[in-house]
Design a protein around this ligand. Structure first.
Ligand SMILES: *[C@@H]1O[C@H](CO)[C@@H](O)[C@H](O)[C@H]1NC(C)=O
Ligand SMILES: *[C@@H]1O[C@H](CO)[C@@H](O)[C@H](O)[C@H]1NC(C)=O
Ligand SMILES: *[C@@H]1O[C@H](CO)[C@@H](O)[C@H](O)[C@H]1NC(C)=O
Ligand SMILES: CC(=O)N[C@H]1CO[C@H](CO)[C@@H](O)[C@@H]1O
Length: 363
């Protein structure tokens, strides 16, 4: 039914001089370029053993993902899109998962991606045994790589794209452990002059969302920067943002990091599996940048362009950081999510961590 409302708009992209097809599905957009392939449904059925359960790699907010192999042996990951929220851009950057093509047949909306054997960052980072492969230089490379991928989405691609759900499980690792941002199931693109958008459909992951997005549905490049800050701090500390919920009183990673930072114990935040094998200056810089990214006031957060610069050029002085958003003082536990926000939207927050919230509708 949705496919009936497809509007094909073809235009010549100024920069790449390649034909680009926009397929509009209601107000959401599926974008692919002439360069990516249109796959036959039969080919993808064959490649994935007819979307056999055992071939399922995972299930995201967008729908299930199946592993498959094409006749020429190339391994692929096929995403079966379930909801109408579809926005996928044909974007090329070494820190983004590559889209090989798509298939729109028999009501199916399938996206075909390169398959990455080393799974996602969360599966390695938060596993006490596997995390040992993440030596400091590798962590630093991953922190830098993600910043470059995000910068490309925000500024360097032809469109301005807000990812909206950046987290460790959405960062895949290639065979050389280069990070690749994946899952644009929630991504939105902005027009040239738009700085932010307001939505009544808040989608993202609790615990990662910037406060202005979680509460008011206001998202911008700066809400992605907030997610990036949490992710950078998770990579340095090896701790999940949600780990701290179990504490009594419950706290969070940001509060913990801020306390240690203020008490001059920042180096103790480095993941214990690193022992002392890390470059102190880099660890401190990553924590500092992470803290700047999670400031409550979006205007105080750096842009991804400055994050990339601050990581690549250590002579650039960093502004001092103030307390992060959701700073919970030890004797005061605040719940930042209210039942009903100022706009009267019913914010049915799922308070379980790591659950991807797919929709929060207006009453
Ligand atoms: C963006 O703003 C500039 C300058 O204000 C204007 O010339 C341009 O037409 C605007 N573009 C769009 C797409 O609105
Ligand atoms: C979003 O909401 C804020 C506050 O209600 C308002 O000031 C702003 O103009 C809105 N932005 C857009 C793009 O609608
Ligand atoms: C690094 O930053 C410093 C201070 O802003 C600047 O003077 C220098 O030119 C930069 N180096 C490079 C290689 O960009
Ligand atoms: C940490 C990890 O799983 N590394 C693997 C990444 O992929 C290459 C190639 O498949 C393997 O050799 C690594 O062991």
């Amino acid at each position: 039914m949705l496919l009936l409302s497809l509007i094909y708009v073809i235009f010549r992209a100024r920069t790449s001089r390649k034909l680009v097809f926009f397929l509009e599905i209601e107000d959401e957009t599926l974008l692919t370029s002439a360069e990516s392939k249109l796959f036959d449904l039969s080919t993808l059925r064959e490649a994935t053993n007819n979307f056999y359960d055992a071939n399922m790699l995972g299930e995201g907010g967008f729908g299930p993902v199946y592993k498959g192999a094409l006749k020429d042996g190339q391994e692929i990951a096929v995403k079966k899109l379930r909801n109408e929220v579809v926005f996928v851009a044909k974007l090329q950057h070494r820190n983004l998962v590559r889209l090989l093509g798509c298939c729109l047949e028999e009501k199916e909306k399938l996206l075909v991606y390169e398959y990455l054997p080393n799974t996602s960052l969360d599966k390695i980072l938060f596993d006490p045994l596997r995390s040992q492969v993440l030596e400091w230089c590798l962590r630093y490379k991953i922190i830098e790589g993600i910043s470059r991928g995000l910068l490309y989405l925000h500024e360097d691609s032809r469109l301005r794209i807000i990812h909206r759900d950046l987290k460790a499980s959405n960062v895949l690792l290639d065979k050389d452990m280069n990070p690749k941002i994946s899952d644009f199931g929630l991504a939105k693109h902005f027009g040239a002059n738009e700085t932010h958008k307001n939505t009544t459909r808040i989608a993202g992951t609790y615990g990662y969302m910037a406060p202005e997005y979680a509460i008011y549905g206001r998202f911008s490049t700066k809400s992605d920067v907030f997610n990036y800050g949490i992710l950078a701090l998770e990579i340095v500390t090896g701790r999940k943002n949600s780990d701290f919920q179990k504490f009594n009183p419950p706290t969070n990673l940001l509060t913990h990091v801020w306390q240690q930072w203020n008490e001059g114990n920042a180096l103790e935040l480095a993941d214990q599996t690193l022992s002392d094998k890390f470059i102190k200056e880099q660890v401190l810089r990553c924590i500092h940048i992470g803290l700047l990214c999670v400031q409550e006031d979006p205007t105080k957060r750096p842009s991804m362009a400055s994050v990339v610069n601050m990581l690549s050029n250590h002579s650039i002085p960093l502004p001092s950081s103030t307390a992060p958003a959701f700073f919970i003082s030890p004797d005061l536990v605040l719940n930042f999510v209210t039942e009903e926000d100022a706009n009267g939207y019913n914010a049915q927050m799922i308070s379980e961590n790591e659950v991807t919230i797919t929709e929060i509708g207006a009453r």
